[in-house]
Ligand binder design. Structure first.
Ligand code: S3P
Length: 171
């Protein structure tokens, strides 16, 4: 897989709770490549949490910052990159991703996503009256866009080792 990648990055996209960071880290480990999470990088450069950024500047500003950070991260490769759920949905950021490497959509069902995001409250987009319904709406809106990724991992198994192996096999 490493040889096939050349200098291209492996970029994980998909909704929050799909396991992009966990799987990304594992895939990177297996390939002996660096791993970087775009949200973590945004928090590092801004010295604010994602929630704080949304509150202070709003989503539009956050997306602009996200585009810049993703662009810089993808300039060099190879590495494994996990992106925030909205990155691939934003036209500018998606173009960076399409240019920067191989995109992999981690597809998951509502119940799996919900179980994972429900436990934490750091997702600003889910601070609504009915977060599960919001998540479902995000699925409906975004799945056609995620489907444009180079590879879709439609995993029925939730074990991270299994999903990691599927990713490596698919590339
Ligand atoms: C977002 C997903 C989050 C984070 C921000 C917006 C989205 O990342 O970037 O809250 O638009 O789906 P995760 O997918 O890592 O939770």
């Amino acid at each position: 897989t490493r040889a096939i990648l050349g200098r291209r990055n492996l970029i994980l996209v998909g909704l929050m709770g799909a396991g992009k960071s966990v799987i990304g880290r594992l895939v990177a480990q297996q390939l002996g490549l660096p791993f970087i999470d775009t949200d973590t990088e945004i928090e590092r450069v801004s010295r604010m949490t994602i929630s704080e950024l949304f509150t202070a500047y709003g989503e539009t500003e956050f997306r602009a910052l996200e585009t810049r950070v993703v662009k810089r991260i993808l300039r060099s490769g190879p590495k494994v990159v996990s992106t925030g759920g909205g990155a691939f949905i934003n036209d500018k950021t998606r173009r960076q991703i399409e240019r920067g490497g191989i995109s992999i959509w981690l597809h998951a069902d509502l119940e799996v996503l919900w179980e994972r995001v429900n436990k934490r409250d750091h997702r600003p987009l889910l601070k609504t009256e009915n977060p599960k319904q919001t998540l479902e709406k995000l699925m409906q809106d975004r799945y056609p866009v995620y489907a444009r990724a180079d590879i879709t991992i439609n995993s029925r198994d939730v074990r991270k080792e299994v999903i990691c192996a599927e990713v490596l096999e698919a590339v």
